[in-house]
Design a protein around this ligand. Structure first.
Ligand code: ATP
Ligand code: MG
Length: 350
């Protein structure tokens, strides 16, 4: 039975329940298997997923006619053992960034607001997971947090002791300040608090093994960019601009900021291309900055409609023009993945 239960994966922690020591009291009586799964917290919203998975896993075992699954809750000691297991022996408050060294951090930045950072962050993240990467999204736009909405993730993170377990949807992990606020309450924080919040997102959140962490940055060149540069000096930055000349000038300030904080500039994405905004700003900016133009995403009603509906266009309408463009950009960024952070030039996308 335990062998079969190895296939049951905790949806949030993304490890087998057997490895997480969550299975109790297996009893078999005339083909009926009774067992208990102990959850990290009582109100765990994921019971249904466990029910389905356990049923499926045990259905394949010869002789099993039925399953009686009950749920329990871990004792504080058991929780403690679990966090130790997940984190290694590191103390809870060492303030160490708990991202693997192999995790690529890609920050999506812009000079001004409303150019499509959040839409692109969310869609790039989905695109990376379609390429088979393990992906997390960090909504670092603390004032304008919008990723939970764009991705339709409203489940709250779960706190297990000092560790915050991010909600997962379609394999994508997400952390946003939006999860911790009631309704549409505004955030009014000064620099040090912003810094502390970001730090916490990187130290207390159990990201697990990620290939890519996409960071949705707030617009402009403020405190968050400085903090992120300090906390994640190996971050790579993608600058988003709209096609107009003015946007291009503003975006170049964000790029300069990224460079000052030691983040590497990966390239430029021109968004909302075509129609009223014209085109060419991205190319101009890329030339100014001497980085590649990673791609051009057309102004496309499909993207906005999906965003409003809480879906990523890349997932729900992959054939649309904007989804195609974003998928191509994700592939270009992904292809450039390499160890040691050596900058390799990217092919230009016309
Ligand atoms: N290529 C596009 N085609 C059509 N609509 C788009 C496109 N890109 C973004 N949008 C829409 O533009 C609006 C702003 O986008 P988004 O919220 O992603 O921008 P942002 O840069 O994150 O804004 P902020 O600076 O406020 O955080 C959204 O309604 C989004 O759906
Ligand atoms: Mg945004």
């Amino acid at each position: 039975m335990l062998k079969a239960l190895e296939r049951v994966i905790d949806p949030e922690l993304q490890r087998p329940v057997t490895e997480l020591d969550m299975v109790r009291g297996i009893e078999i009586d005339d083909g009926i298997v009774a067992l208990e799964i102990v959850l990290t917290i009582a109100g765990c919203p994921l019971r249904q997923s466990f029910e389905q998975q356990v049923e499926q896993a045990l259905a394949d075992v010869p002789g099993v006619r039925g399953v009686r699954l009950s749920f329990g809750v871990m004792t504080p000691e058991e929780r403690q053992r679990l966090t130790t297991k997940l984190r290694g022996a590191a103390p809870n408050d060492d303030r160490k960034i708990r991202l693997s060294r192999d995790t690529r951090v890609i920050a999506v930045a812009s000079g001004k607001g409303g150019v499509g950072k959040s839409s692109l962050s969310a869609n790039l993240a989905v695109a990376f997971s379609r390429l088979g990467r393990r992906v997390g999204v960090l909504d670092a736009d603390i004032y304008g947090h919008s990723i939970p909405h764009v991705l339709g993730i409203h489940q709250k993170p779960v706190a297990v002791d000092q560790m915050i377990v991010p909600p997962v949807k379609d394999g994508l992990k997400l952390m946003s300040i939006g999860f911790f606020l009631e309704g549409n309450e505004p955030v009014m924080w000064r620099g040090p608090m912003l810094h502390r919040a970001l730090e916490q997102f990187l130290t207390d959140v159990h990201w697990g093994d990620l290939d890519v962490l996409v960071v949705d940055m707030p617009p402009g060149t403020g405190d968050v960019s400085i903090s992120l540069g300090q906390l994640l000096p190996r971050a790579e930055v993608v600058v988003v601009t709209t096609p107009q000349k003015l946007a291009q000038d503003v975006a170049s300030r964000a790029a300069a900021m990224a460079r000052k904080t030691n983040m590497r500039l990966l390239g430029v994405i021109e968004n909302m291309s075509g129609g009223v905004f014209g085109s060419g700003g991205g190319e101009g900016l890329a030339a100014d900055l001497d980085v590649p133009l990673l791609g051009t995403v057309p102004l496309d009603p499909a993207l906005r409609e999906c965003g409003d509906a809480g879906e990523a266009v890349v997932a729900s309408r992959p054939g649309s023009e904007s989804a195609q463009a974003i998928l191509a950009i994700a592939e270009a960024i992904d292809a450039r993945r390499e160890a040691g952070g050596i900058v390799k030039s990217l092919p230009l996308v016309g």
